[in-house]
Design a protein around this ligand. Structure first.
Ligand code: SF4
Length: 434
């Protein structure tokens, strides 16, 4: 098993760092495909050789606005082409008007036009990773939860803050969706921050975003939120909106597709990797406690909110090879098989849509030295990887894939299988969200 190459040799981390350095959205979690979780390939495997005008009606017959939009689309960088090519001319032109700069003199152009409501994976080659047309709103910069394994620490500021002109930028982008009649697509809050982190209580940018998404519901299919602080969602002003977003009304363009496949309009992805507070305290430093999260998960489920449980990240567990223990490396017992069983049980109890997982990486933070906890975890990784060495790429160390698969992932998947609950690697979860 080798780790999943995302974008022309780039793996997730490299992409994430590259993305954020360019002020573009990145992903929240790392990717490691399993044999059963291989991502689908697009049918068009050689789009670089094709023109966007292939199979098009005679351009003279087209509406001039569509014709100009198609001309714009024809300049889009090769890596985005499968998304544009999958759409009929009118929708293709709409996407071009929304995502591509209108007056660029460059021969090829990227998806850089939106300010806040951005292309989900701007560095993904859509032949290698077909994430498709979808949006990401990073509601804040940075995160107050300070998780030890957070990859965003590799490029985001240490202290969370609001983005300049966030609300104005979002309204501007939404107006453009309407102006160009862009077809609906999934929207994700957020990839590099937690939309329900403490700052939300005073600033309310996530609430503002949700209200605006609701106002423009016909422009979005799945609305996805990822958080470690689900209790905020129980406040009536959030709960009301989340419940409304969960249901597509009869006039929604995707209503029939969602009804036929029994899909909810909203997914609240709640991250809970630990069943006991001791490891949670060590790794999810300033995030809400295990107890708070479990309580909120149960209440949200009883309120009818569709939940995805993210048991994420997965970590090494005792016993380590040759009967060594995590305590030998000054770490608490992280995720026993019993802990994982309890977490999977919780997912089954609340009828979670499915589970999402990935394996922790050892991040080199951008603005501070690596913490003692993560240094200790790195020593564990080096120990269990023997005789192989850790792989360092894109600012993080990770286990060789076959070690991660055998020692960390497979025992977890066995538990999920026993409880008959689906578990998706994080990126597969993404492509399964229409
Ligand atoms: S909740 Fe944790 S992992 Fe997620 S963005 Fe915040 S600090 Fe990073």
């Amino acid at each position: 098993m080798s780790s999943y190459k995302l974008f022309h040799g780039l793996e997730a981390w490299e992409y994430i760092i590259l993305a954020e350095q360019n002020d573009q959205p990145a992903r929240t979690e790392e990717v490691l495909a399993t044999p059963n979780n291989t991502l689908p390939k697009t049918s068009n495997q050689d789009s670089s050789q094709q023109s966007l005008f292939d199979n098009m009606p005679d351009c003279d017959e087209m509406d001039p606005n569509v014709k100009q939009g198609i001309e714009l689309a024809n300049k889009v960088e090769v890596k985005y082409r499968p998304v544009f090519e999958s759409l009929p001319p009118t929708k293709r032109a709409a996407l071009a008007w929304y995502f591509l700069p209108h007056r660029s003199k460059k021969a090829t152009i990227g998806v850089t036009r939106p300010r806040i409501l951005k292309w989900y994976c701007p560095f993904a080659n859509q032949n290698d990773f077909p994430s498709g047309h979808r949006y990401c709103i990073n509601v804040y910069a940075g995160c107050g939860h300070q998780c030890e394994y957070c990859y965003a620490a590799g490029y985001e500021p240490e202290q969370p803050h609001c983005k300049k002109d966030f609300e104005r930028g979002l309204l501007h982008d939404l107006a453009n969706l309407e102006k160009h009649n862009v077809p609906p697509a999934p929207v994700h809050l957020s990839n590099s921050t937690d939309p329900f982190q403490p700052i939300e209580q005073t600033v309310g940018q996530t609430l503002f975003s949700l209200r605006q998404i609701l106002n423009h519901r016909h422009r979005f299919t799945s609305v996805v939120l990822l958080t470690k602080n689900p209790s905020i969602a129980l406040q009536s002003k959030y709960l009301d909106i989340l419940q409304q977003l969960s249901v597509l009304d009869n006039n929604h363009p995707a209503k029939e597709q969602f009804r036929k496949n029994n899909l909810p309009g909203l997914r609240l992805e709640i991250s809970l990797a630990f069943w006991r507070q001791e490891p949670c305290q060590a790794f999810d430093v300033d995030a809400p406690s295990v107890e708070d999260r479990i309580q909120a998960i149960r209440q949200l489920s009883s309120e009818g909110i569709p939940i995805v449980l993210r048991i994420d990240p997965l970590l090494p567990r005792n016993p380590l090879p040759n009967n060594r223990s995590l305590s030998d490396f000054h770490l608490p017992q992280t995720q026993t098989l019993q802990d994982l069983e309890q977490l999977v049980n919780l997912a089954a109890e609340i009828k979670a849509l499915h589970i999402v997982y990935s394996v922790a990486k050892i991040i080199q933070p951008r603005f501070k030295p690596i913490s003692t906890t993560m240094k200790n975890l790195k020593s564990v990784y080096e120990y269990i990887a023997q005789p192989d060495r850790l792989i360092f790429r894109g600012g993080s160390w990770r286990l060789p894939s076959h070690i991660a698969q055998q020692q960390i992932i497979d025992p977890f998947l066995n538990i999920c299988q026993k409880h008959r609950i689906k578990a998706f690697f994080c990126k597969q979860n993404l492509v399964n969200t229409p």
